[in-house]
Ligand binder design. Structure first.
Ligand code: SF4
Length: 137
């Protein structure tokens, strides 16, 4: 007499052993939390770096709100998803978003800003074209 077969269990795929925890391998929440912390620290300790990076930023804010929901929804969004402190005390990390191309990855390409290379930035500066800015920045 044969014993009844045990029900088969679905085994989730195991992450590759020894795989580096780098770009694209972090869980989204961790990547977003790291990005949020990085921006907050940069606005306090690396203002020169931010000023330099913003010279390469082009485009404009489309007010999509994607950067207001990174890691967690901002508590200053009202029921219509509008920022209630936009013209009052908006944090520097919000005013500066995106600081560099790393930040664009966090919003999945929805941002109205992009970054150009050094040659284009130099040509724009010579022609007097301003980098991309937020309204009221
Ligand atoms: S900065 Fe970019 S991601 Fe944030 S609201 Fe503006 S367009 Fe959207």
């Amino acid at each position: 007499m044969s014993s009844p077969k045990a029900p088969q269990r679905q085994v989730p795929p195991t992450p590759q052993a020894g795989a580096p925890l780098g770009e694209g391998t972090k869980p989204p929440w961790l990547q977003l939390a790291v990005g949020k912390t990085r921006r907050a620290l940069l606005t306090v300790f690396r203002r020169g770096f931010i000023r330099e990076q913003l010279k390469y930023r082009r485009g404009a804010c489309r007010q999509c709100g994607a950067c207001c929901r990174l890691a967690f929804p901002c508590p200053f969004l009202n029921s219509k998803k509008l920022c209630v402190i936009y013209n009052l005390v908006r944090p520097a990390a919000c005013k500066c978003f995106p600081i560099d191309p790393r930040d664009l990855k966090d919003v999945g390409g929805t941002c109205g800003f992009h970054f150009v290379g050094a040659t284009e930035a130099a040509a724009d500066a010579q022609a007097g074209r301003a980098p991309g800015r937020h309204p009221q920045q």
